[in-house]
Design a binder for this molecule. Structure first.
Ligand code: SF4
Ligand code: MG
Length: 283
């Protein structure tokens, strides 16, 4: 069985020292090993942004895709080879701005994919602009007088889109983050894991200390039931989206690939389909 170190390749990450994304990579490696995967059983598909580099640093199949399009690629990979465990990853700009249309529909489609968003509430790769996750009043070079747009709540959007698994964590809490990624990998459907992953270079407001002061850990509520949709929505709103832990899980709904009528019966699953040029032109 592979150890977590076997999920690391020899490429040195070029994230800034202290970037939260280092811990996210470590947590993915640990979770993959803990659920018993081998590197050749995992594909990591990422979008564009500092966090998008992660697919290049993990010893597994990987594709560093295009901006906002990690999820369409990841869904294609999963449908083409359902034996693979597929992780999609990217940042808040990638997944909740340009990629939001894909995110919402991937959630409601519910393919068996784990989507890990490194949410630093800013655009890091392009040197610090306001993102949909930035707070109102947030000042950057793109909003020098402070953002006048409301902050997007991915957890509320995921709930209303019919998500079957929603979790949130903090890159400083490696233990919780690893456990939640494991739970996401084990979930039979689409898992959204939003991770507060500080950008130490450009975001001087949402720092490690700021998150530590503002995060509400669901462990503080021993009676919390993540299968209760109404309770999950209430808790998200009560905490202004700052809660961490397993927020919601619906184990009843089948994943997309298990709902495609006749997909398995007709032997289409995992079948190598090779079309000749002649056949292709007749399609
Ligand atoms: Fe991380 Fe920010 Fe540096 Fe990008 S710019 S690597 S998000 S700390
Ligand atoms: Mg970002």
């Amino acid at each position: 069985m592979a150890t977590f170190k076997e999920f690391r390749n020899n490429v040195k990450p070029n994230w800034c020292p202290g970037c939260g994304d280092f811990s996210v990579q470590a947590a993915i490696q640990r979770a993959a090993a803990n659920v018993g995967l081998e590197p050749e059983q995992l594909a990591v598909i990422s979008g564009i942004g500092c966090s998008g580099r992660i697919s290049g640093y993990i010893n597994a199949y990987g594709l560093h895709g295009i901006h906002g399009r990690a999820l369409p690629i990841a869904q294609g990979v999963k449908l083409a080879n359902r034996e693979l465990t597929v992780i999609a990853s990217g940042g808040d700009g990638d997944g909740f701005a340009i990629g939001m249309g894909h995110t919402v529909h991937a959630i409601r489609r519910n393919l068996d994919i784990t989507y890990i968003v490194m949410d630093n509430q800013i655009y890091g790769l392009t040197k610090g602009q306001t993102s949909p996750r930035s707070a109102e009043g947030f000042k950057t070079k793109s909003t020098p007088e402070g953002s006048i747009e409301s902050t997007l709540s991915p957890l509320e959007i995921a709930m209303s889109a019919g998500a079957t698994f929603i979790a949130q964590s903090f890159s400083s809490d490696l233990k919780q983050l690893t456990a939640l990624i494991e739970a996401g990998l084990n979930h039979k459907g689409f898992s959204l894991i939003n991770v507060f992953s500080p950008c130490v270079t450009f975001n001087k407001v949402n720092t490690y200390d700021w998150f530590k002061e503002n995060i509400v850990n669901l462990n503080e509520f021993p009676d919390y039931d993540p299968s209760n949709r109404m309770a999950a929505m209430n808790k998200i709103m009560e905490t202004n989206g700052m809660l961490t832990g397993l927020i919601y899980q619906n184990k009843e709904r089948k994943s997309y690939e298990n709902l495609i009528a006749g997909f398995q019966e007709q032997g289409l699953a995992n079948q190598d389909i090779q079309l000749s040029q002649d056949q292709f032109e007749k399609l």
